[in-house]
Design a protein around this ligand. Structure first.
Ligand SMILES: [Zn+2]
Ligand SMILES: [Zn+2]
Length: 173
């Protein structure tokens, strides 16, 4: 029963976050995550637990980032409840993708459960169809290839533009 011993180690977040530090915790969650255009996930870019779940120091404790996100945005996590990712992306901290479930409910969900939001969609959020050629299946779910390409090229152009701007600035000096 390795799984249940893992869950019993979960700590009570309200012992670590209150009105005195909740705003700074929210800011840190925002700073340490990055939006993923296809899935709407906020990917944790800080430290990870087992390469999966984000973690963050609060006072003297390391706490799982998605649980913190649930706590500060949606409220107290009921005892014996686990926070489930409806997007199946363990490193996501988007509160809209997090759901409190009993440990039992959570155990019945498989990684590629057809009940996940991604599997129900026939099109990406920008309206491209999830055809065989346009779909990249990753451990985080399906990705629209058209959108990923667009996102990557936009990011690249932005990077070039920043470089050019810096070059010009240096030239003026
Ligand atoms: Zn997500
Ligand atoms: Zn798309």
């Amino acid at each position: 029963m390795g799984k249940s011993s893992f869950y019993t180690r979960i700590i009570n977040i309200s012992d670590y976050i209150d009105s005195s530090n909740i705003e700074s915790v929210k800011t840190r969650l925002f700073d340490k995550s990055m939006p993923e255009p296809n899935t709407g996930c906020f990917i944790w870019i800080g430290c990870l637990f087992n390469g999966d779940y984000g973690r963050m120091w609060v006072r003297d404790k390391q706490i799982m980032a998605h649980r913190i996100s649930y706590f500060v945005h949606k409220g107290e996590i009921p005892e014996d409840f686990v926070i489930d990712h409806i997007c199946n992306n363990p490193s996501c901290i988007n509160p809209q993708h997090l759901e409190a479930k009993t440990q039992k409910d959570n155990g019945y969900r498989s990684k590629h459960s057809p009940t996940t939001i991604n599997a129900q969609k026939t099109h990406c959020k920008n309206g491209h169809e999830f055809t065989e050629e346009n779909t990249n299946s990753t451990i985080y779910g399906r990705r629209c290839i058209t959108c990923v390409k667009k996102y990557k090229s936009e990011w690249y152009l932005k990077k070039i533009a920043t470089k050019e701007r810096l070059k010009k600035l240096n030239h003026k000096k």
